[in-house]
Design a binder for this molecule. Sequence first.
Ligand code: BG6
Length: 511
Amino acid sequence: MSSRPPAPLVTEARHRAAQPAPPCTLVIFGASGDLTRRLLIPSLCNLRRSRLLPERFAVIGVARAAMEEADFRRGLAEGLPDFAAEDWRWLAERVHYVAGELDDPATYERLARRLEKIGAAQGSAQNRLFYLATPAGLFAPVVLRLAAAGLVREQDGAWRRVIIEKPFGSDLPSAQRLNREILQVLEERQVYRIDHYLGKETVQNIMVLRFANGLFEPLWNRDHVDHVQITVAETLGVEHRGRFYDSTGTLRDMVPNHLFQLLTLAAMEPPTCFDADAVRTEKVKVLDCVHPLGAEDALRNVVRAQYGEGVVGDRRIEAYRRSPDVAPDSATETYVALKLMIDNWRWAGVPFYLRTGKALARRRSEVVIQFKQAPFTIFRDTPIERLAPNDMVLAIQPEEGVWLRFNAKVPGPNVHTGGVEMRFDYHDYFDGKPSTGYETLIYDAMIGDALLFQRADNIEAGWGVVQPALDAWARAARSALPQYPAGSEGPAEADLLLQRDGRRWRPLGGQ
Ligand code: BG6
C-alpha cells in the first residue's frame, strides 16, 4: 500500500473561475532591467497561458537605452523558456518601447502620444497600469512626472493605477515622505505597493489555513502557543548586488516587508471579510501592537551579523566583505534575528522570533507555531523535556506544505514516545503550474484588487517597528558586529537570543 495519501483528496474548487482582466495597457518603467526580463514578461506569458490577459492588451517598456522596438522584444524573448513560445508570440505583437530619461518631461510626452495611439487602436480601452520597476530613488519623480503629464487622471470610467516595487523607503521618515509625495497626486486606491512574498501561494495559504478551518483557530493563541518562529534563510550570498546591498543590509531588505508579511498573516485577527481594506486593517493592527523596542531592547533583542568565508553545499563562498562593490570594512549586516512581543489579548506573553540571512546552511522559509508542552507526563521513562515538541510548520519554500508534529508510542512492550509528523505537501494535491509569483499580483492590480498589496499605513507601521533598531545600530560601535561562517546556521548570538528564554531555533537542516 502506498504511504502517500491518494491525490487529490480535495473536493472540486467552488470558486468562480477567474475571468480575463479588463482591456488595458501596462507601462513598465525600468523596462531594460532584470526584473522585467526575469519576472514580469514571463509572468505575462503565464497569465496569457491561463487566459487571464484581455485580447485588447499592450505593454510599453520605458527605459533610458536608445534601442529599436525589435531589439527590445528580442532581449525579452531571450530569457523565456521554450514552453512560453506560443504565449510570447501573442504577447510580442503587443510589446512597444519608448526610450527616454525618466526625469525628462519629454519622455512622458512621447509616452502620452504612444498611449493615445495604442488606446485608439484598442477602442474603448484606456485603462492604464504603470509599473515602477526602477531604482527606489525614481519612484516619486516618476509618479510626479506622470501626474504632471496628466497620465494618472482618471476619466470616462477608465482607471489609472501605479504598482510600486520595493524598497518603499529606507526607514520610517523616508517611507512617510514617499507616501506623502505620491499621495499628493494619486488616491490611495490607485497605489499598489508590491511585496512579492504576497504573490507566493504558500504565503496566501496562511490565511486560508487559519480562516477556512475550524480546527486550528481555537489553538491559535496565548493559551496554547508557546512561541512562534519565522525563518527566511537563503543560501545565496550577496552575489552581484553588492552596491545595493551594502547600503541596505538585511534588516531593511527583508524584515519590514517580507518577514512582517509572514508575521502579520500568522498573528492577525480574523478580518470581517475577505476584502482588501478589511485584511489590511487587521494586518496593520498586529504591527501597531508590537511592543516598541526601547533603546536597550533594540540591541538586546535584535541580533545582526555578517557572513565570513565558508562553504554552502559544495560552493565556496567568499567573505561578504570581499564581494564585488562591498566596502572591505563594511559593517552591513547579512543576517538578522529578532524577538518581538505582541501586546494584545491573543498574543500577550508569546514571543515571536524572526530570523533571516544570506549564505546560510539551507534555503528555507517557514513559520513554526510551537505549541505548549503537555503540562505533566505520566510516562515515567520519558521526562517531559524529552517529549518531541508539538509544533506546526507552515513551510513556504522550497518545500511547500503544512506539517504537524506530535508524540506517538514507539511500538514495543515498554511505553516509549517518539516524535512523528503528519504532512500535507502541496505537490501531493495540486498540480504546480510554472509561476514566477508575480502573476497573481499583476492580475490583481489589473482587476483592482489590492488585498495582496501594502497600504500606506502597513508600510509605515512596518518601518515603525524596526526604526529603533536602525537608530540603535547607527549609534553603536562598528566592532559590535558578530560574524558567522557562510554555510552555517547563523551566529551564536542568535542562538543565545532563544537560549535566554529556554528555547532553541528549529535547525535549518530540519530535525
Ligand atoms: C528580495 C530581496 O526582496 O527578496 C533579496 O531584495 C532576497 O535580497 C529576495 O534574496 C528573497 O526572495 P525569495 O522569493 O527568493 O525568497
